[in-house]
Design a protein around this ligand. Sequence first.
Ligand SMILES: [Mg+2]
Length: 196
Amino acid sequence: MKIGIDIDNVIFNTAETVLDVHYEDTGERLHLSDITDYNMTQFVGKKYRYHFPELFSDKRVIERLKPLDACVETINNMFGKQGHDILFVTASPRYILPDGKKKLQELFDFDVSKKIVVAKRKSVVDIDILIDDCLDQVSRQIFYRNDPAILLNYPWNQQPIVGGSRGLLYRADNWKDIDRLMFLMTAVLKIDSQGE
Ligand SMILES: [Mg+2]
């Protein structure tokens, strides 16, 4: 099975790190719970909005990014023991640049360099399951590909999917949940493919 895994806010704690650096630079303290829409910039004070998006590629942010709990073990296990194909599917080109790629490589014992795909619309990438925190990407996976997706819960993705989720949307609170869901989903997909 080909598993597509988003990087920002799924592997790394990107939003949290960006908000920390924003606080250091400006004194404006925002919390994850304030960010109730995918476009973070609108929650920042007006005078900071122009420069805020630059923080996502700021050296300090990249340096401080930390993997979410249980993420590395779960992915190593998917790739190793469970034998899945892993693709890191990101809309952000910074993970194919040296600093970003190095940061990602530090987490895993397999070579990540041929597994990073940059795509604004992830539904064009050939994957069976998408794991993401962006409701739009997950919706496209479901509607254009008719394939399942796991949405990692955050305050910015609590809205329902427009048009319904066709039973293909799974929500997870953390990587322990993702691990359990993957186990169930791959079992169901295997049975489906045997029945065809
Ligand atoms: Mg993301």
